[in-house]
Design a protein around this ligand. Structure first.
Ligand code: NAP
Length: 304
């Protein structure tokens, strides 16, 4: 398809029904210079009026036939097995979805000369001394972290035509599927339910709209490589929760600070984590919203 005589760039979004995937679909749907095709695990697309197919990216023949039918210029892979604790108990699925599928995507992207955009995580680090730069040495402490690091390596050892965005504590106004952390807090506190939140885990949470802007910038400017895409502020989860309560005018006395080791999580989480954004700021003109701005956007879109 063409726009003003110019062939539209073809973008394939895989994992389009996920928290990040939904916002990427909405972002690119608004831009007529792109031809969009979406794929995810469910029978139907959560977002209406998009070209969509169901796919299991862990099945090589399904990946091959999807790519050969659409011939994308860009493949954006936001599909993953994201439940960190379930990664510990179902390692086979974790590896199949987080690593083997990415090997397939990289292999077919190479064959088609397509650019692969992939998402990774601060969980590739151990959390001993974050926030982290792109070049810091990974040392994952969970199976999820190991699988995501392996996904990065699968891409890097296949070709150079990729952009990997590392993000941490994803949040944003996806209208379908699981609630993000902000809306979970708002939901609990609005019902006057007490919540216990760790105060020893530090991150700079990544906002879906900011990530979409960074992806767009990398496409527009033909930029490859690895980029951290964190939020503007580094803070612990308890402080983050209090900021949410303040913004939405909810009762902060319902929030009790606790330590991570009081929770019976199966997977170890990096504690002093977070992602330094300097590279994205200088090469992608990345300008994350402030926390309060992100809460305002969530309120407008998903908490009307
Ligand atoms: N969430 C975070 O805090 C966070 C932090 C750092 C990095 N990341 C990374 O950011 C990316 C997006 O995360 P997210 O939170 O948006 O994930 P998400 O909401 O869990 O979405 C992932 C999507 O992939 C789909 N999917 C799972 N297995 C699939 C398969 N075999 N074939 C096709 N689709 C499949 C899921 O479907 P079902 O829902 O039906 O399984 C879901 O629609 C991931 O790469 C993740 O590792 C996330």
């Amino acid at each position: 398809m063409h726009l003003n005589g110019i062939r539209k760039k073809r973008i394939l979004i895989i994992g389009s029904n996920g928290m990040l995937g939904q916002r990427l679909v909405e972002f690119f749907l608004k831009r007529p210079e792109f031809e969009l095709f979406c794929a995810s695990f469910e029978d139907e697309s959560f977002i209406q009026n998009v070209d969509y197919t169901k796919i299991d990216i862990g099945i090589k023949s399904e990946v091959k036939s999807l790519l050969n039918s659409f011939f994308p210029d860009f493949i954006i892979n936001s599909a993953a097995f994201t439940n960190v604790d379930k990664n510990e108990t179902d390692k086979e699925s974790a590896w199949r979805i987080n690593v083997t599928s990415v090997e397939y995507l990289a292999k077919y992207a190479l064959a088609l000369d397509a650019h692969l955009i992939h998402f990774s995580t601060d969980y590739i680090f151990d959390g001993a001394k974050g926030p982290y730069k792109e070049g810091d040495t990974p040392n994952p402490v969970s199976y999820y972290g190991r699988s995501k690091l392996a996904s990065e390596n699968a891409i890097k050892t296949t070709f150079d035509n990729y952009t990997i965005f590392r993000i941490n504590v994803l949040y944003g106004p996806a209208l379908y599927g699981k609630l993000d952390f902000v809306r979970w807090v708002v939901d609990k506190l609005s019902k006057n339910e007490p919540i216990r939140i760790v105060d020893d885990q530090f991150n700079n949470p990544s906002f879906t709209e900011d990530i979409a802007e960074a992806v767009f910038s990398s496409i527009e400017n033909n930029i490859s490589g690895i980029f951290n895409i964190g939020g503007k502020e580094l803070l612990n989860r308890y402080e983050f929760t209090k900021r949410i309560a303040d913004y939405f005018d909810l009762d902060k006395t319902l929030i009790t600070p606790i330590k991570s080791d009081e929770l019976e999580w199966l997977a170890v989480r990096p504690l002093n984590s977070g992602l330094l954004n300097h590279k994205a700021e200088s090469e992608l003109d990345y300008k994350p919203h402030s926390l309060e701005e992100t809460f305002g956007i969530i309120k407008q879109i998903a908490l009307k």
